[in-house]
Design a protein around this ligand. Structure first.
Ligand code: SF4
Ligand code: SF4
Length: 247
């Protein structure tokens, strides 16, 4: 890793619960997700109104941020008022880093929206190419420290930097009994790989079944939150059990 990349990662990881890596923007655009035809569409409700962002023509690298979403802090994942608190935290860190990158390193940085439809990138590909994890049999990125309990966000920068991944020698699924797959309430892995339309059935059911939060909203009523299914994620031992940390 070059010195500037190391400095950026150290700064990003100075925020609590953050892991960071760097990927080549070109490599991300050549990665599998850009070649694939999506099977099933997400509920447009989830595109959370973020402003569409255009990619600057001189974009060279992507700083990928991952925020730990531990099981004992489920609120980070609950959807309310158009977003999750975890995503709000990632947006704040991105915004701070944009300013720091400019003031400290003279780099122009563009934090990207979450959704591809709004100008975001495929974050799983980006995380893997940045060295933040490998793709598990759950179809989730498995980070060596946090397992699949991590959410990503990205920032484009106008400097070519050495990419951090993919990680080699880390393949925890090889020695696992696939608890992620048996935990799925929609049998999304029945065919032997992830079948997104089944997962979307669960997501839409979760949206329809909002539950009251403990917090009281501005109107004095208990706020309604969506608790999305995390069964495959929470069943995975990576990041929780020492043997699985090494893979
Ligand atoms: S539960 Fe096992 S098979 Fe599934 S993603 Fe985790 S390590 Fe891989
Ligand atoms: S999020 Fe839930 S429904 Fe979707 S694949 Fe994972 S366990 Fe299945």
């Amino acid at each position: 890793m070059d010195a500037i990349g190391a400095k950026i990662i150290a700064k990003a990881e100075s925020f609590p619960g953050i892991k960071a890596g760097i990927a080549s923007f070109d490599d991300i655009l050549k990665a599998p997700s850009y070649q694939a035809v999506p099977d099933g569409r997400w509920n447009p409700f989830l595109t959370n109104g973020e402003i569409a962002t255009e990619w600057p023509p001189n974009a060279k690298s992507v700083v990928v941020l991952g925020l730990h979403h531990p099981e004992d802090n489920p609120q980070l994942d609950w959807w309310h008022d158009g977003n999750t608190d975890g995503n709000r935290q990632l947006m704040q860190v991105s915004s701070f880093l944009k300013q720091w990158l400019h003031e400290t390193l003279g780099l122009n940085a563009v934090p990207l929206p979450y959704h591809v439809e709004r100008g975001g990138i495929f974050l799983k590909d980006a995380a893997i190419l940045a060295g933040l994890g490998v793709l598990g049999k759950s179809n989730l990125v498995l980070n060596p420290t946090f397992g699949p309990r991590i959410r990503f966000r990205s920032i484009l920068i106008d400097r070519e930097l050495e990419p951090g991944g993919p990680i080699e020698g880390f393949s925890p699924c090889d020695s696992c009994a696939e608890m992620c797959r048996s935990a799925c309430p929609q049998d999304a892995f029945a065919s032997g790989s992830y079948h997104r339309p089944n997962c979307i059935v669960q997501i839409n059911a979760d949206i329809a079944n909002k539950t009251p939060d403990v917090k009281i909203g501005e109107d004095g009523n208990s706020r309604q939150v969506i608790k999305f299914c995390r069964a495959c994620e929470l069943a995975c031992p990576v990041g929780l059990i020492d043997d699985f940390i090494k893979g």
